[in-house]
Design a protein around this ligand. Structure first.
Ligand code: CAA
Ligand code: NAD
Length: 286
């Protein structure tokens, strides 16, 4: 059985775009992986999405046909958290909401074995606070994958105040074993990537709100003018406007600086239920 940094079996909670990608990568590297979502429909969406992504990667020779078949065989799905009781590691990738994540981690703390490491893929919520809600803050860490997980190289690793150096070292080794590069960040709101990325996205919404330019011109300007793969509004739709809004609220509250105030136009999109690609409408229609 594959063992990376002492981890053989991994649970992923949340089968949305991030959780499905994380489970796919863990399974591709031979780890016994279980993906859990409370929504059975989402499990089917994740299963189909993972199969499609593995097929694409194998067609492009990024992975071999054997790896594709082995990955599908290593992956199990469930809507029941108790399926995670024997895991060595559980990575949480549910909605960006501190109350809901805290409740989940308290449940996971009770049902997983004491040696199991608990990791959050949160984009911004303090790791120290999430870890303090469990009885194992030394085995609690931020493991922040980037979207789309199978293609993006980086994992940001965020130890909380009480995270042990052993846990941090194992998670850095695991990420390297999954073919990723790592960067380490201290536990401040938004860590590094979103503290810098989200103000750009927020400013794009403010520019759109003030009529500085059309969405298309804002995106074109930033894409071609600064050599980014996607303009900021396209990227926001890709990440999820609900997630961007939640991250900006954490930055604004946590750092107490008005420069992180979420754009009222971003707030209005979220209030309208226009979350971006995942709801087929955001800044753009899909
Ligand atoms: N699995 C396998 N293949 C995939 C894939 C996936 N999950 N997603 C896309 N692809 C494939 C596409 O099918 C396409 O294949 P073909 O060339 O055969 O058609 C190929 O990748 C290229 O995709 P596209 O043509 O759609 O577009 P692209 O060239 O722009 O590449 C992209 C897509 C890699 C996503 C690129 O646009 C990109 O890097 N965008 C920026 C992503 C980014 O910034 N991510 C970080 C967001 S912030 C974050 O994640 C942190 C947070 O907390 C919010
Ligand atoms: P998403 O909306 O695509 O998926 C969230 C999933 O969690 C849904 O399938 C939902 O059914 C499930 N869920 C909600 N509550 C649950 C619970 N209690 N138990 C089990 N499943 C539950 O969201 P996403 O974009 O995949 O983001 C997930 C997490 O990853 C968030 O914390 C987000 O901030 C973070 N993140 C997102 C991105 C991104 O670009 N979208 C990048 C890095 C990190």
């Amino acid at each position: 059985m594959t063992n990376i940094a002492g981890f053989q079996s991994v649970g992923v909670v949340g089968g949305g775009q991030m959780g499905a990608g994380i489970a796919q990568v863990c399974a591709t590297y031979g780890l016994k992986t279980i993906l859990v979502d409370i929504n059975p429909k989402q499990i089917e969406t994740a299963r189909t999405g993972i199969a499609g992504s593995l097929e694409k990667l194998s067609t492009k020779n990024v992975i071999t046909a054997e790896q594709k078949i082995a990955a599908i065989g290593s992956l199990a799905y469930s809507s029941d958290l108790s399926a995670l009781k024997d895991c060595d590691l559980v990575i949480e990738a549910i909605v960006e909401n501190e109350r809901i994540k805290t409740e989940l981690f308290q449940t996971l703390d009770k049902l997983t074995k004491p040696t199991c490491v608990l990791a959050s893929n949160t984009s911004s919520i303090p790791i120290t606070r999430l870890g303090a809600a469990t009885t194992r803050p030394d085995k609690f860490i931020g493991m922040h994958f980037m979207n789309p997980v199978p293609l993006m190289k980086l994992v940001e690793v965020i130890p909380g105040m009480a995270t042990s150096e052993d846990t941090t070292r194992r998670i850095l080794d695991l990420a390297a074993g999954l073919g990723k590069e790592t960067s380490r960040s201290a536990d401040y709101p938004g860590f590094v990537v979103n503290r810098i990325l989200m103000p750009m996205i927020n400013e794009a919404f403010n520019a759109l709100m003030e009529g500085v330019a059309t969405a298309e011109d804002i995106d074109k300007g930033m894409k071609l003018g600064t050599n980014q793969p996607m303009g900021p509004l396209t990227l926001a739709d890709f990440i999820g406007l609900d997630t961007c809004y939640a991250i900006l609220k954490v930055l604004h509250e946590g750092l107490g600086d008005p420069r992180y105030r979420p754009s009222p136009l971003l707030a209005k999109h979220v209030e309208a239920g226009w979350f971006g690609r995942k709801t087929k409408r955001g800044v753009y229609k899909y």
